[in-house]
Write a protein that binds this ligand. Structure first.
Ligand code: SF4
Ligand code: SF4
Length: 107
């Protein structure tokens, strides 16, 4: 576990921060994947790319991934397992049955 003193500081003072709830530190030491016991998996055959999971994820764990379909550039969610903590918000909020399923983490 990294020590707080090892963290890299982005903002020295709260008044330098943008008007958003962001950490004082970079995300380098905030990886959550090591203690997750269940992981979400996206089934792209069912996903409708509504990006609701991206909007509700409380970690920087869902990226908008560019892909091409019918000659058009589109975006779909891609889970970054280094930051996903397995909280379940994405699969709870997803409006499509089976578009996000879960897998247990191996020991
Ligand atoms: S399980 Fe939680 S942290 Fe992981 S991608 Fe879903 S909403 Fe984000
Ligand atoms: S909420 Fe569900 S259907 Fe919408 S983009 Fe995420 S996985 Fe796909």
């Amino acid at each position: 576990m990294p020590k707080k003193s090892d963290k890299k500081i982005i903002f020295e003072r709260v008044k330098d921060m943008p008007p958003l709830a962001v950490s004082l530190y970079t995300m380098d030491y905030n990886k959550t994947g090591s203690w997750r016991n269940v992981r979400p998996v996206i089934n792209y055959d069912k996903c409708i790319n509504c990006m609701i999971c991206w909007k509700f994820c409380p970690e920087p764990a869902i990226d908008a991934e560019k892909f091409e379909e019918d000659g058009k550039e589109k975006y779909r969610p891609a889970i970054n397992y280094e930051y996903c903590k397995g909280c379940g918000i994405c699969w709870t909020e997803c409006p499509v049955e089976g578009a996000i399923y879960t897998e247990e983490e191996a020991e």
